[in-house]
Design a protein around this ligand. Structure first.
Ligand code: 13P
Ligand code: ZN
Length: 273
């Protein structure tokens, strides 16, 4: 089968396009990666080319040795991914040590994987181990309201989680563990990758101050839906905050406990204190 005919490549490109339509991807902002199941790799094997050299990842992800990922390219615009998937994106194979990768498909114009590859792969490693292999998608985007929030609130997981949960009733059900927030750091390297993957041990969402968010999920739909929900809630927070810094009423801790009980959700105790 051709890669472009596979369900995973179609869903990958659709997510990129949906993110562009939502305004989360100015210019080359954001990046996406997918850990491809073994049987899907087998199905497209005829198109994979193993002649390219291995390159350094820039960090070590031993548990991902031998895994294949579809990833967006550095400098590529999300608005082009749907129409020009093979040029803007590619498939990489991780070597047996988990420190190198090689391109086996795509990046047809001579491109290479996103500069955030260390963060993507470290997040994949953490989430693969934490979810028994269920999580396969890591998505990074630059949604305006989440970024705006990081100028207004202390960089604190609980404070961000509570404001996001309070801004929209469904939020605690969609991210019951809450969100992690990390202070501004230089993008693209190992340091930010380590900080993000630490947050991913606890959460499915990590907010990068003044930059954007990383989300992890099992399917393309649920991962995009998570980013969309966080951004929608942030938009409500910013709208309220733009009018007043005093809320007349909100969803209280007692309300969250009632919601958790009635919907059978395991809300983070830490966030309810
Ligand atoms: P890339 O173009 O290298 O994917 O970088 C975009 C980005 O959002 C960096 O954080
Ligand atoms: Zn970014």
């Amino acid at each position: 089968m051709k890669v472009l005919d596979s369900d995973f490549a179609k869903s990958f490109a659709k997510l990129a396009n949906d993110g562009f339509i939502m305004g989360y991807h100015e210019r080359n902002g954001g990046n996406l990666s997918y850990r491809i199941p073994k049987e899907s790799v087998e199905a497209v094997k005829e198109e994979l080319d193993y002649s390219k050299p291995f390159a350094d990842i820039g960090t070590a992800v031993a548990s991902l040795a031998g895994e294949y990922f579809m990833v967006t390219g550095t400098g590529q615009y999300f608005q082009n991914v749907l129409e020009r998937t093979e040029e803007t994106s590619g498939i990489i194979e991780i070597d047996s040590t988990g420190t190198k990768y090689r391109i086996v498909w795509g990046f047809s114009g001579g491109g290479r994987p996103t500069s955030e590859l260390p963060s993507h792969l470290m997040n994949h490693e953490v989430k693969m181990l934490a979810t028994n292999g269920k999580h396969r998608v890591i998505y990074h985007c630059h949604p305006a309201n989440v970024i705006a929030m990081t100028f207004l609130l202390p960089i604190d997981d609980k404070i961000f989680t509570r404001e996001l949960w309070e801004s929209m009733t469904e939020c605690p059900m969609i991210f019951p563990s809450g969100v992690g927030v990390i202070p501004w750091m230089v993008p693209g390297g190992r340091e930010i990758a380590v900080a993000t993957s630490e947050k991913m041990k606890k959460y499915d969402v990590a907010i990068w101050a003044h930059h954007g968010i990383f989300c992890s999920g099992d399917t393309f739909d649920s991962t995009f839906g998570l980013a969309h929900t966080v951004e929608k809630s942030a938009e409500i927070y910013i709208k309220v905050r733009s009018v007043t810094d005093k809320k007349l009423q909100t969803i209280t801790t007692r309300d969250f406990i009632a919601l958790a009980r009635d919907f059978g959700i395991d809300l983070s105790e830490e966030m309810l204190k």
